[in-house]
Design a protein around this ligand. Structure first.
Ligand code: ZN
Ligand code: ZN
Length: 336
């Protein structure tokens, strides 16, 4: 098969992904071979490719094929797979497999399993013609899902949904969403579904425009230092941060009300944390399979829309560079 392969971490400007021949995988017991129809381009792909996450052990192997938000068609079943059939369309999320036996797996929080394998980070991902998946970690695609453009449901979709869930939103909530990229523009919609008044904060004019399109009640355009937001301090009952910026995280702690909740979907430090306001800060990582199925159900009813632009898979380097420069509005999707 053909794939976009990473042999060593490098800045995206040097075009580190090589389009080349790669062995087509063979499904083992409990696995399926999936022909990729579409694969979203995630900011975390860029972090891995550029070596930002070597300190966290990512990528766990080289060479590796990136990509972890995938829709495809089952081509072959491995031994013992009974719940799936060739020809079915399925989705694959970043959560490629987990141990199934630890306290987190047993309590339906498999996304934090210590033995989780991550698509495109510890095993080969979806920037390819074919991908292997675990039968227990693929999702049947319901009607109403677009096979080419809805692949990002499997990362931004579930990530945004879980963050909104953890933000404890209700009809009286005021939710601030910081960072209106691939995940943030979905988080606006998922937060609205929980009944919140949603305020989007972005440093980018076009992203702010997208926030309005997808239903934000208010949109605030700020600068890269997030230092013109004084009048909104202590006005959010919940803040959800998807902007990979320490300044955005610092701002979130000022925007949240007393007793409020900050949900972080990015790495960062908590400076100047004022315990006296009794705020709650928590991380949010992708989501368990139950959340993923809820997202598919919402999307199949037309309640979640992903704004996507389609590219050829061979353009992955260029697309990642455009994303780095803030030039992708919503999400880019690669087609093999
Ligand atoms: Zn992703
Ligand atoms: Zn586990």
């Amino acid at each position: 098969m053909k794939a976009m392969v990473l042999h060593g971490t490098e800045k995206i400007e040097s075009m580190p992904l090589k389009y080349e021949e790669y062995p087509t995988p063979i499904p083992g017991a409990g696995e399926v071979l999936v022909k990729v129809i579409s694969c979203g381009v995630c900011h975390s792909n860029l972090h891995m490719i550029e070596g930002d996450w070597v300190k966290y052990g990512t990528p766990a192997k080289l060479p590796i094929i990136p990509g972890h938000e995938i829709i495809g068609e089952i081509k072959e079943l491995g031994e013992g797979v009974v719940n799936l059939k060739p020809g079915q369309n399925v989705g694959i999320s970043p959560l490629w497999n987990t141990c199934g036996a630890c306290e987190y797996c047993l309590s339906g929080n498999e996304q934090v399993c210590d033995s989780a394998q991550i698509t495109g980070e510890t095993v080969d991902g979806g920037y390819a013609e074919y991908i292997l998946a675990k039968a227990n970690y693929v999702y049947k695609i319901p009607d109403g899902i677009n096979l080419q453009s809805d692949a990002p449901l499997f990362c931004p979709g579930v990530t945004a949904y879980r963050a909104s869930k953890l933000a404890e939103l209700g009809p009286e909530s005021v939710a601030f969403i910081i960072g209106i990229g691939g995940v943030g523009h979905v988080a606006i919609q998922t937060s609205k579904l929980f009944g919140a008044h949603v305020v989007a904060i972005s440093t980018n004019d076009e992203h702010a425009q997208l926030a309005k399109e997808v239903g934000a009640d208010d949109v605030i355009l700020t600068n890269r230092n997030y230092d013109n937001l004084e009048k909104y301090h202590e006005s959010a009952s919940s803040v959800i941060v998807f902007s990979p910026s320490q300044k955005a995280i610092d701002a979130s702690l000022k925007l949240v009300k007393k007793m409020g909740t900050v949900v972080m979907g990015v790495f960062g430090d908590l400076h100047d944390f004022r315990f006296i306001n009794e705020i709650k800060v928590r991380g949010s990582l992708i989501g368990p399979r139950r959340d993923m199925n809820e997202v598919l159900s919402l999307a199949s009813k037309g309640k979640l829309k992903i704004k996507t632009t389609k590219f050829q898979m061979t353009e992955a380097n260029e697309v990642l560079k455009m994303m780095k420069d803030g030039k992708i509005i919503g999400r880019a999707v690669l087609l093999p």
